[in-house]
Design a protein around this ligand. Sequence first.
Ligand SMILES: C[S@@+](CC[C@H](N)C(=O)[O-])C[C@H]1O[C@@H](n2cnc3c(N)ncnc32)[C@H](O)[C@@H]1O
Length: 189
Amino acid sequence: MKVRDSGMPEQNYWESLFDIAGILNGLEINQEIADAVEVGCGYGTFTLPVARRIRGTLHSFDIEADMVATTLARARDSGVLNVRAAVRDVVASGFDLPPDSVDAVLLFNILHAENPTQLLQAAATVVRPHGRVLAIHWRSDLETPRGPDLSIRPRPEQIVTWGCSVGLAPEKNVLLPPWHFGVVLRRRK
Ligand SMILES: C[S@@+](CC[C@H](N)C(=O)[O-])C[C@H]1O[C@@H](n2cnc3c(N)ncnc32)[C@H](O)[C@@H]1O
């Protein structure tokens, strides 16, 4: 099932709304990560920059075939070889990766889902012990140019509570200007 309110505006506009390097720095996405998973790759806005920073493979999924095609084409055109993008409904079918198999799971602009704890549970299962689940979302404490309705927009403390309920420990919350916040959760064991 496609996550509610997860349609995308035009690509250039969408990508003008993020300081991508600032976000990846804030979440400490770097060579300490080998393999990672990204839920809902969209246009590949974060896929390529993340893939360039990590040591291993980035497994990216999206329910929309055209989003996956765009992401794969961008990776190919840029010579980024460590992206494995696939069409998949992660809400219905999870990640199709072994438990405990990746260092990080990226949940970017997706936790306004109908059942966010289901996504966090899937993330907590696939990430290795002491690996990290990294969420970003639109802030609610200021007016933003995009983002889901405030009534379904998750706040940092909600994401922490949901994460704790599936065995993830809160590590840090960060502001990711101009419009986002990030939550870093770590699998306990
Ligand atoms: C708001 S966009 C965010 C895209 C990307 N994470 C970013 O921040 O640029 C959400 C993406 O999740 C995808 N999506 C929605 N429901 C999904 C599902 N059940 N399984 C996989 N992808 C899904 C949408 O097609 C869309 O590309």
